[in-house]
Design a protein around this ligand. Structure first.
Ligand code: NAG
Length: 415
């Protein structure tokens, strides 16, 4: 992919292509029925100041001091831009190859290489302490915040208070808000410097407050876990989180493979895990001969017409950081690009236009009408929808890759 980079501008921590990928919608944008009910009770019945009074009692019961609370909330009013961001459900989705081109831009590769050498000593120490390789850490740093340049400039308390009062997932926002108050109480950062994205992701690592509390570390030894201003703290915190998420030192995230003629695409499902030896015996080519790994899954980010990847535990660790296959793939490939590798050999089906949100809804409704069970139509392509797609593909005698396409929707419309 690196050789085919276009001028797509990368956007740090941008929501990813939704229709084409596995588990790729940030949890924060998936309301469950329960949280929708929450919105009504919390949002429609209480003004912000009424809500704040009620929440103040909860925070104090959770161990936040009155002084911490009152200082953090001084002058805080809801932020309409946060509500707008929380409610927007984009109609159009970028294809995965465009996302990757933006994520692995030549400029980001250049900056990453420069920073790898500038921070070589710190990265040596972080690698030794946490066992996560430097290229992956710098790739995370690059995608999360453009290496600390774009961290979000909103007050975390204000954003989370807005979301806790009238967001789509108030219970989640409330737990993050309590965690944010704990951070202030601990004294790692002053309230006015605790800034982040509209969703409360903070600093160079874009940690949400609960991740900060469990995994942020002080690596530069100044007594503060400063993921905003200390790149050493940020890189070490990312390493600590990946280590805790099951990172295996010295192992690959995965690799691109070639599939044999007549391959059963129903096996391309991240819920199916097999040892590399078994994938070899199924005819997959280009697997490294020198590695064994107990559980690898086959990922087809753009369906059977696009490149194929075997993904392993380190890929899954990256998903814990950000639950999007496109993101994890971008991290893996960007890390390799820093070392002059990471080109994708297979070609992307560039002629295919991802389904829009309304088309995804229509696809789900039509699958229901055909007797399949994609779950309640919500426009999100999850495991159930992929299973339903496979069922319909099998009925047609098409490759059962579970991937939603315009062609498939056209076929459903004709039924
Ligand atoms: C992500 C968090 C992850 C959490 C997920 C769902 C970071 C780096 N990642 O933003 O820990 O599981 O949200 O809430 O904080």
């Amino acid at each position: 992919a690196a050789s085919a980079m276009s001028l797509v501008v990368a956007c740090a921590a941008e929501p990813l292509a939704q229709s084409t990928l596995v588990s790729n919608v940030p949890a924060a944008s998936q309301p469950s029925d329960a949280t929708i009910a929450d919105v009504r009770s919390e949002a429609t019945h209480l003004s912000f100041s009424q809500w704040r009074e009620q929440f103040r009692a909860e925070a104090l019961a959770a161990g936040i001091s009155a002084a911490t609370f009152d200082q953090a909330f001084a002058g805080v009013q809801p932020d309409p831009a946060v509500i707008e961001a929380d409610r927007s459900q984009p109609e159009f989705t970028r294809p995965v190859w465009q996302y990757l081109e933006g994520a692995i831009s030549p400029q980001r590769v250049r900056s990453g290489r420069r920073l790898l050498s500038e921070h070589a000593t710190t990265l040596d120490q972080i690698e030794a302490r946490y066992g996560v390789d430097r290229e992956t850490l710098v790739a995370v740093w690059g995608l999360e915040s453009s290496f600390g340049q774009i961290m979000g400039d909103k007050s975390v308390i204000r954003s989370l208070a807005t979301l806790a009062h009238e967001g789509r997932r108030p219970a989640f926002a409330k737990s993050q808000l309590i965690a944010a108050l704990e951070i202030l109480q601990h004294g790692d950062v002053a309230p006015q410097r605790m800034r982040g994205s509209w969703a409360g992701a903070m600093g160079q690592t874009q940690f949400i407050p609960t991740t900060y509390n469990t995994h942020a570390v002080d690596f530069d030894g100044d007594g503060k876990r400063d993921i905003w201003n200390s790149s050493a703290d940020a890189l070490a915190s990312a390493a600590h989180y990946l280590q805790a998420s099951g990172w295996k030192q010295g192992k690959a995230w995965g690799f691109e493979v070639e599939l044999p003629e007549g391959f059963d695409y129903a096996l391309a499902d991240t819920e199916i895990r097999k040892p590399l030896a078994e994938w070899r015996s199924l005819g997959l080519r280009n697997l490294p001969g020198d590695q064994e790994e107990a559980s690898a899954s086959l990922l087809l980010p753009a369906g059977h017409r696009g490149p194929a990847f075997l993904i392993m535990d380190n890929f899954r660790a990256i998903l814990r950081y950000n639950n999007s296959s496109a993101y994890a793939l971008a991290i893996g490939l960007l890390a390799e690009n820093f070392q002059g590798k990471g080109d994708v050999a297979g070609s992307w089906p560039r002629g295919e236009q991802p389904l829009s949100r309304s088309e995804r809804l229509e696809l789900q409704e039509r699958l229901v009408a055909q007797g399949f069970d994609p779950g309640t139509p919500d426009g999100i392509i999850g495991a159930n929808t992929r299973k339903a797609i496979r069922g319909f593909q099998q009925r047609l005698g098409w490759p059962a890759d579970g991937h939603p396409t315009q062609e498939l929707l056209g076929r459903l419309r004709a039924h």
